[in-house]
Ligand binder design. Structure first.
Ligand code: ATP
Ligand code: F6P
Ligand code: MG
Length: 319
């Protein structure tokens, strides 16, 4: 292994920059040449890459987004696109690749591994939804962004004695919703993992009102339905005055938290160590507080472990 490359792919996540920094600096420390590929698999297909220096990754540890840019690349899902990508890797004499991204990006990397370029995945997605790891980069920062937003919205909810419906991200996963709901004291949390009936939701809202509760925070994970859709549904059951707030992409941006910077540094360095052992098709993760590498296949076959007890606790604490 002489020359390795790194790319970021899929939705960006705070922590991607510190992870790039760790891959580049650990690689150079170990005597490797490190190439940065721009715009994910799209840039790989187009050969948009250049050698990285220690300086290139200076002053990025504290920045959100990704200095290498990210993309969703439908062309890479075609055989022709994959062939072009492999040709570029061979042309630039790249012996191994670190892919920082979510499950889709991992799937793409498996194709390259099977074609002879060992790839290692670093979990970078705010959704925290990759099977096999307890943590994905960006989750902590996104969580803090959402909690800050809930706190602000709560001020208005209290002043106007209103119920607020806050829609949060997490394509198919309820982690952001549950953690933020618990941290922000939300009364109701709707997540894709649990099917709660409208009757039960309304019953809880009404019992709060009967006890004199004047405001309420409802978190809706986008994977369940949109906040607006939920507000419309609620109208069929109650005349409670609601407002909807869609947090959207502010959840993906911003300075990575201390936790995300540390995890990114640990994950990025571990990815380089794994490549140095000539291992491909591996994913980096956190298990019981230990940084590990595991068979990437597990990330596809296993299911993301969702902590139902936290969801239950949020209900017990926010009645
Ligand atoms: N099955 C697949 N085969 C080949 N490439 C894939 C596959 N799935 C995804 N990819 C590639 O990976 C890119 C990123 O995937 P996707 O858009 O699913 O994001 P992700 O990595 O899952 O991140 P996130 O869900 O956090 O945004 C895709 O645009 C595509 O280029
Ligand atoms: O930015 P895009 O492409 O609209 O993707 C949004 C999706 O990406 C994520 O932010 C990360 O996977 C999801 O939570 C969300 O559903
Ligand atoms: Mg994904």
């Amino acid at each position: 292994m002489k020359r390795i490359a790194v790319l970021t792919s899929g939705g960006d996540a705070p922590g991607m920059n510190p992870a790039i920094r760790a891959v580049v600096r650990k690689g150079i420390y170990e005597g490797l040449e490190v190439v940065g590929i721009y715009n994910g698999y799209q840039g790989l297909i187009e050969g948009k890459m250049e050698p990285m220096t220690l300086g290139f990754v200076g002053d990025i540890i504290q920045r959100g987004g990704t200095k290498l840019y990210s993309a969703r690349c439908p062309e890479f899902q075609t055989e022709e696109g994959q062939k072009k990508a492999l040709e570029q890797l061979k042309k630039h004499e790249i012996d191994g690749l670190v892919v920082i991204g979510g499950d889709g990006s991992y799937r793409g990397s498996m194709i390259l591994t099977k074609q002879g370029i060992p790839c290692v995945g670093v979990p970078g997605t705010i959704d925290n939804d990759i099977p096999g790891t307890d943590y994905t980069l960006g989750f902590d920062t996104a969580l803090n962004t959402v909690v800050e937003a809930i706190d602000k919205i709560r001020d208005t909810a209290t002043s106007h004695e209103r119920t607020f419906i806050i829609e949060v991200m997490g394509r198919d996963a309820g982690d952001i919703a549950v953690w933020a709901g618990l941290a922000g004291g939300a009364e109701t949390i709707l997540i894709p993992e649990v099917d709660e009936s409208m009757e039960s939701i309304v019953k809880r809202l009404n019992s709060g009102s009967e006890r004199g509760k004047k405001h309420s925070i409802i978190i809706v994970a986008e994977g369940v339905m949109s906040g607006t859709e939920f507000a419309e549904k609620l109208k069929d059951y109650t005349d409670i005055d609601t407002r909807v707030s869609v947090l959207g992409h502010i959840q993906r941006g911003g300075t990575p938290s201390g936790r995300d910077r540390v995890m990114a540094s640990l994950f990025g360095a571990k990815a380089v160590e794994v490549l140095l052992q000539n291992k491909g098709g591996r994913a980096i993760g956190l298990r019981r507080n230990e940084v590990v590498d595991y068979d990437m296949q597990e990330a596809f076959e296993g299911s993301h472990v969702f902590d139902l007890s936290m969801y239950q606790l949020s209900k017990e604490l926010s009645i």
